[in-house]
Design a protein around this ligand. Structure first.
Ligand SMILES: Nc1ncnc2c1ncn2[C@@H]1O[C@H](COP(=O)(O)OP(=O)(O)O)[C@@H](O)[C@H]1O
Ligand SMILES: [Mg+2]
Length: 252
């Protein structure tokens, strides 16, 4: 993940949007081509995607279909080769790099298959970190982080280091860190990929609960049919395209 700059450098992004637009994401004609020497690999071949504010969208498709590539682009961690992307009402074509960093730091949370907690910091310190990057005071950051950690059932684990808690707990801490600054958009890439079925179900329930309570838009790439089925909507991607839009619940 790119290291974001401080939001103070983000110009208009720092001014809170009082009103979120109807669509959290409006993507048109998104293409992604990777070049490796002479070799050209077109991973995304023109994707159009509209995601409503507050919607929980599952993204399914075979390994290598481009799910992570799409999520990286939508999360402003990577650039499309062509196409237009509006995120939370901002036209990303018109944003400078530092404004994109600010937009990402302030409004987008990430949850991956691996927790990426920093091993030398406690669970509480890990969850406080995104707020401290935004310049929020230590005491406010601590209050908010404790609140989120309570919400994900980690009240008794806040002083532990990541290596001292279980895999399911690590992922819950990562969720608390992703949601602590109440992002408008949460991007999850195989969030249960490393967990057994029961732990995976727990994390899914927590993501849904925290996201619904904060009216967060969620994009979740998953191989887990149970997760996909409980989303508001499912898209299936294959061969670089969105091949199906499906209303949940379905079999995947
Ligand atoms: N940085 C990169 N450079 C070259 N090829 C890449 C890169 N990242 C991903 N790919 C390729 O793009 C395709 C899609 O990958 P990915 O988006 O990770 O798929 P998924 O998440 O659906 O499994 C794969 O063929 C992968 O090897
Ligand atoms: Mg992937």
């Amino acid at each position: 993940m790119k290291n974001g700059s401080n939001s103070r450098h983000g110009g208009r992004i720092t001014e809170s949007k009082n009103q979120m637009p109807e669509f959290a994401i409006e993507a048109k004609g998104i293409e992604k081509i990777y070049f490796e020497g002479e070799k050209k690999l077109q991973v995304l071949k023109g994707m159009d995607l509209m995601v409503k504010n507050g919607e929980i969208l599952a993204i399914v498709g075979p390994s290598g279909a481009g799910k992570s590539t799409l999520l990286h682009i939508l999360g402003l961690m990577d650039e499309a080769s062509s196409g237009n992307l509006m995120i939370l009402g901002w036209n990303t074509d018109e944003l400078k790099e530092e404004e994109k960093d600010a937009l990402r730091n302030k409004y987008i949370g990430f949850l991956f298959q691996f927790h990426y907690l920093l091993s030398e910091f406690t669970v509480l310190e890990n969850v406080m970190m995104p707020l401290q990057i935004l310049g929020i005071s230590w005491s406010e950051a601590k209050d908010k982080a404790e609140g989120l950690l309570n919400a994900v059932g980690l009240k008794e684990r806040i002083s532990h280091f990541p290596s001292q808690i279980s895999g399911g707990e690590q992922q819950r801490a990562a969720l608390a860190r992703a949601m602590v600054n109440a992002p408008a958009l949460l991007i999850c890439d195989e969030p249960t990929g490393n967990l057994d079925i029961e732990r995976g179900e727990e994390i899914k329930d927590l993501i849904w609960r925290v996201a619904r309570s904060q009216h967060t838009t969620v994009l979740v790439a998953t191989h887990n049919p149970e997760i996909a089925k409980s989303a508001d909507r499912i898209i299936h991607i294959s061969d670089g395209r969105i091949s199906q839009f499906l209303d949940s619940p379905i079999g995947v």
